[in-house]
Design a binder for this molecule. Structure first.
Ligand code: C2E
Ligand code: MG
Ligand code: MG
Ligand code: MG
Length: 288
């Protein structure tokens, strides 16, 4: 999706008005201020459930921006902007600290481990001392490395595959888990799965959406699951919205599900209440 957007951008920029440019610049400045002020960016946490045990196994952290005049903005509205404006490192740091802080508080509260997935954009990963900053963040919040999964897309492999492999390899040897996000939508050749430190493949929600109707999507998902298991990788399906999708994914042997069916992204303060309702969700998974 990133690529498609990058391709269309040239066209848009030619037809863009001065007013659009002004808006973009304004939003960039707003983001710079938001990062300095530190009270406008926040996270929502979306639960992930393992099918074999019908249990909650962790969350993905998804960033939101409470903009002073535009209201709540989605990452789709500002991640690319942050990359272009050179703000993605600061944003990534803010996200990593928010995620570790909230998940450490939850862990202290409940007394067991529910790891968190954090999305990392390619430029963040390529930045100097990325691994040190992640390790420093874990340490500061008193979390073991096993409490963190880094979600990267295949695009991290395109610009500097050796650097990405080295950085992620170092983190992985220390216990951080590595997930390939939006799997199946990128441009990298599959051969990287041999050489690249990976634990998890997250099947993009575009394949899950029509899985019941579209035989090709179903075949693709089936093939991804088979391949992942042969490589001893865990498979997460994203975007699971209904029980029929869940049963099909269960019958195909998918390991883990994430989607509106099992839980919408929620504020950290709602997690405790959510934990009290997971029995009902577990029953739904068992019945699938
Ligand atoms: P992603 O990492 O693939 O995250 C999954 C997206 O799917 C999230 O959108 C989530 O809210 C949405 N989703 C979850 N369940 C369902 C479902 O059942 N149906 C549908 N239609 N959608 C579902 P969101 O939160 O808008 O995030 C969009 C993308 O922005 C993320 O895709 C990720 O690539 C990026 N992103 C989010 N947070 C961060 C961040 O902290 N840093 C960076 N660099 N990127 C982020
Ligand atoms: Mg993700
Ligand atoms: Mg994804
Ligand atoms: Mg995505």
């Amino acid at each position: 999706a990133k690529r498609a957007r990058a391709d269309t951008y040239v066209w848009f920029s030619q037809t863009q008005t001065d007013e659009d440019d002004g808006d973009k610049l304004q939003l960039e400045n707003d983001l710079r201020e938001a990062l300095a002020a530190g009270d406008q960016l926040f996270l929502r946490f979306q639960p992930q459930f393992r099918l074999s045990t019908a249990s909650l196994i962790g969350f993905e952290a998804l960033v939101r921006w409470q903009h002073p005049t535009h209201g709540e903005l989605s990452p789709i509205d500002f991640i690319d902007l942050a990359e272009d404006a050179g703000l993605i490192i600061a944003l990534g740091d803010a996200v990593a600290h928010l995620a570790c802080r909230e998940i450490a508080a939850l862990r202290a509260d409940i007394g067991f481990d529910l790891p968190v997935g954090v999305n990392i954009s390619p430029r963040e990963l390529a930045a100097e001392r990325f691994a040190d900053r992640i390790l420093g963040c874990l340490k500061q919040h008193g979390l073991p490395a096993s409490m963190l999964t880094l979600e990267v897309t295949e695009n991290v492999l395109i610009d500097s595959p050796a650097l990405a492999a080295e950085t992620l390899g170092r983190l992985r040897r220390l216990g951080v888990r590595i997930a390939i996000d939006d799997f199946g939508t990128g441009y990298a050749s599959l051969s990287y799965l041999n050489r690249f430190p990976v634990d998890v493949l997250k099947i993009d929600k575009q394949f899950v959406r029509d899985i019941l109707r579209d035989r090709n999507d179903c075949a693709i998902v089936n093939a991804i699951i088979g391949m992942a298991h042969n490589l001893e990788l865990e498979v997460v399906a994203e975007g699971v919205e209904n029980a029929e999708q869940m049963s099909l994914l269960k019958s195909l042997g998918c390991d883990t599900l994430q989607g509106y069916l099992l839980g919408r992204p929620m504020p950290g303060s709602d997690i405790a209440a959510f934990l009290r309702k997971t029995e009902r969700i577990s029953a739904q998974i068992e019945a699938a």
